[in-house]
Design a protein around this ligand. Structure first.
Ligand code: ZN
Length: 310
């Protein structure tokens, strides 16, 4: 995939660059679709840009599309795609009141502060991402039952991952500020590998399903060709552990791409600076194994187990 040309969206319709609003004819959900929170994750920007370019409008409520870290995206180089993930810091770790209201300065904090009013007011947030490795798609819900139930109803290709976020900062999905914060539906899609064409297919399908489920439009009102066959219902994965590299001497003891189920508790799956990483229970599921960003303190894989849905 080649990165999309977003120049048509630079002048934002809401007086904020790269933010565009589409209003329907009746009151309804306030949907926010975010892409490029990480500047190298282009599948979400492709889907969001196509939605705007198609002239699509919601029947009810308002849909706002925001291309987030456009400064990092503007430096995208297909030869070193990981280099444009961010400029100063990870934009998906700054969404806590102490960071947003604090005195810190960075390209990402400035942009997050500009985008914050749009997040504050939205009743439904879909944050579009992709992954370093060729992993199957994931739909990350956090731990609130309303988000898990909403994600379960979508039947998108993304396997539901229930997690508590990151120790090293708050994601946009985990931000609960603003008047709509207490009841907001907020999901994060990991659509597949960053540059895989399939990631754009998953991003379009999930976005279409999200708009229908939110009540923005009917199922026949989404852009033509976006909906894929409904995915079979799979048990969500509850993340219980994050494996953090102690240093650069970290390696997996298998060729893992995510979704593997390790049958026996106590199975070594990696070596972390000389120490084996053991599965904590039977039927342990590996979530997003990756060594791309390897350094001390980085999460290399999450461990979880299948959950029962009511
Ligand atoms: Zn991302």
């Amino acid at each position: 995939m080649t990165p999309p040309d977003l120049s048509a969206w630079a002048a934002g319709s809401a007086d904020t660059p790269f933010v565009h609003e589409r209003a329907g004819g009746s009151p309804g959900p306030q949907v926010l679709v975010t892409a490029l929170v990480h500047g190298n994750e282009i599948s979400g920007a492709i889907a969001a840009g196509e939605l705007l370019a198609s002239g699509w409008r919601p029947v009810s409520g308002r849909v706002t599309v925001a291309f987030c870290n456009t400064e990092a995206f503007s430096r995208f180089d297909a030869q070193v795609p990981d280099a444009s993930r961010f400029v100063d810091e990870d934009m998906n770790r700054v969404w806590s009141p102490d960071r947003l209201d604090g005195g810190g300065t960075s390209v990402e904090l400035a942009r997050a502060r500009a985008l914050r009013p749009f997040v504050d007011r939205c009743t439904h947030l879909l944050d579009l991402h992709s992954m370093h490795e060729p992993c199957a798609p994931l739909l990350i819900t956090g731990t609130l039952p309303r988000n898990i139930a909403f994600a379960h109803g979508l039947r998108s290709a993304g396997r539901i991952v229930i997690d508590r976020g990151h120790a090293d900062g708050t994601r946009m999905r985990d931000y609960e500020g603003g008047p709509a914060g207490g009841g907001r539906i907020a999901l994060l899609l990991e659509a597949g590998q960053h540059l895989a064409p399939g990631a754009a297919v998953v991003a379009r399908d999930t976005l279409a399903r999200f708009l229908v489920a939110a009540g923005s439009c009917a199922v026949d009102g989404v852009p033509q060709g976006w909906l894929q066959p409904a995915a079979p219902a799979a048990a969500p994965v509850v993340v219980t552990h994050q494996v953090v590299a102690r240093g650069m001497d970290f390696r997996f003891l298998g060729c893992f791409s995510g979704g593997e189920v390790i049958a026996r508790a106590g199975t070594a799956i990696a070596m972390n600076c000389g120490e084996p990483v053991l599965t904590p229970y039977d039927d342990c599921v590996l979530v997003m194994p990756s060594l791309r960003q390897l350094r001390a303190g980085v999460t290399t894989v999450r461990l979880g187990h299948a959950a029962q849905m009511d």
